[in-house]
Design a protein around this ligand. Structure first.
Ligand SMILES: C[S@@+](CC[C@H](N)C(=O)[O-])C[C@H]1O[C@@H](n2cnc3c(N)ncnc32)[C@H](O)[C@@H]1O
Length: 253
């Protein structure tokens, strides 16, 4: 697990959701929507396996609400709140008409403005790798909810360690390159126990999203095929070589 810092996180993520280029803003919206479908499928699978049917859900670091929109579809009577560091992201989330959304609020990134045990499930999706010290934010999630679902990219691997990949991860604000063991240790230290976990080498559409031209698309398809095959043979072994998304459902011990 590496560590790092961003001088002003609120300004960094405000800029990230305020792209001046309209076309690029739309493209990033489509990218987030694609990712949200995978993340929601992970949440649905893990909760179903554990017999968890959350009625009150909070997403901490909900960004522009892409995932909340998908979660509203899979849990069709759940009430959903979202808290987020970036005010423009919350403005986008509010404009989405997310069914059964309650509080969609910007907050200070430290103290979630909700009472202890206010929720059945807190979701920290692709957030812990963005914060300098993940433990206090995880503890906040555990304070406000009975179950905590964490999802992160596992970037402690040979492919992600290449300088160009590290530079790209840092550009988008990744301060940590987690292994599965790092995440397990974090949740255990937060007083949580693992109720279920899964990893995903991600679908072809994900790998091909930024590919432009036939050659790049063919390369992305080949990369996806190799990773998917390696992952099927040895899911945890592959994590040493390439990035997968890892989702873990936890509950209080
Ligand atoms: C990669 S995005 C993930 C958005 C969403 N959770 C998803 O999975 O689609 C990371 C988000 O974490 C937010 N973030 C960073 N630090 C945070 C903090 N301390 N508390 C809450 N959100 C934070 C960023 O503003 C950004 O919206």
């Amino acid at each position: 697990m590496t560590g790092g810092a961003i001088d002003d996180p609120a300004a960094f993520y405000t800029a990230g959701y305020s792209l001046a280029d309209h076309e690029e803003g739309l493209r990033m919206g489509r990218w987030r929507a694609l990712g949200a479908r995978n993340k929601a499928a992970h949440a649905r699978t893990l909760c179903a396996r554990a017999g968890v049917s959350p009625r009150r859900v909070v997403e901490i670091g909900c960004g522009d609400g892409s995932l909340l929109l998908e979660l509203a579809a899979i849990w069709d009577s759940a009430e959903l709140d979202g808290f987020e560091l970036s005010p423009p992201a919350i403005e986008i989330a509010r404009g989405r008409g997310i069914p059964r959304a309650g509080r969609l609020e910007a907050y200070d990134g430290t103290r979630v403005p909700a009472q202890d045990g206010a929720y059945d499930l807190a979701v920290l999706s692709h957030v812990l790798e963005h914060v300098p010290d993940p433990a206090p934010l995880l503890a906040e999630a555990a304070r406000v909810a009975r179950h905590v679902l964490v999802e992160v990219p596992l970037e402690d691997n040979r492919s992600a360690a290449r300088p160009a990949k590290r530079a790209e991860a840092e550009r988008i604000g990744h301060l940590h390159a987690f292994s599965r063991g790092d995440v397990r240790a974090l949740v255990t230290a937060a007083g949580l126990r693992i109720a279920g976990e899964l990893s995903d080498p991600l679908p072809r559409e994900h790998h091909a999203f930024f590919a432009e031209g036939a050659a790049a698309r063919a390369k992305a398809a080949a990369k996806w095929a190799v990773r998917a095959a390696a992952w099927r043979i040895a899911p945890e072994g592959g994590e040493k070589f390439f990035t997968v998304h890892y989702a873990v459902l936890t509950e209080h011990r």
